[in-house]
Design a protein around this ligand. Structure first.
Ligand code: FES
Length: 158
């Protein structure tokens, strides 16, 4: 069941839209903000609000790579693997993150703190290689820059 707060935020988003279905992404984003990811139960919770079936909502949720259909860590790093970033060293960046975090792409650290995922072009090709950390794009990645970013994540945990 949607919480009162989730429902209020979703209704606020839907009120100016031409149809409830057109607010599907917004509703998914709101539920994900509160629950961390979109479970099957979360999709069931949205069917009545959006007037959509489970499979219709699921197909929207699985299409957008910023909607997580599996549990993720407290921080999500998504490294762009499209052509400009690949040319500019995406593989080196992923290797470095994998070594520093002790996980492979697609996994979450044992402490549940960080999930490392690939993503398609972020529209910041002029800053390649680039990634998203918790929804914020960070470009011109280097090992030194990653060290600072990971140190900040660790510091905020304390
Ligand atoms: S190719 Fe990576 S941001 Fe465009």
């Amino acid at each position: 069941m949607l919480s009162e707060r989730e429902l209020k935020e979703i209704e606020e988003e839907l009120k100016d839209l031409p149809s409830r279905q057109s607010g599907c992404i917004d509703a998914l984003r709101i539920v994900q903000k509160h629950r961390g990811w979109i479970s099957d139960e979360a999709i069931d919770d949205l069917t009545g609000v959006l007037n959509m079936t489970h499979s219709e909502i699921d197909s929207v949720a699985t299409f957008y790579n910023l909607i997580f259909r599996k549990p993720v860590g407290g921080h999500v790093i998504m490294v762009c693997d499209s052509v400009s970033c690949w040319i500019m060293g995406e593989e080196r960046i992923v290797d470095y993150l994998e070594r520093k975090l002790g996980i492979t792409l697609g996994r979450t650290t044992a402490d549940g703190e960080v999930t490392l995922l690939p993503t398609v072009c972020l529209g910041h090709c002029d800053e390649a290689p680039a990634m998203i950390l918790d929804g914020k794009v960070i470009g011109n990645l280097t090992e030194e820059k990653l060290d600072r970013i990971l140190a900040d994540i660790t510091a905020n945990r304390r």
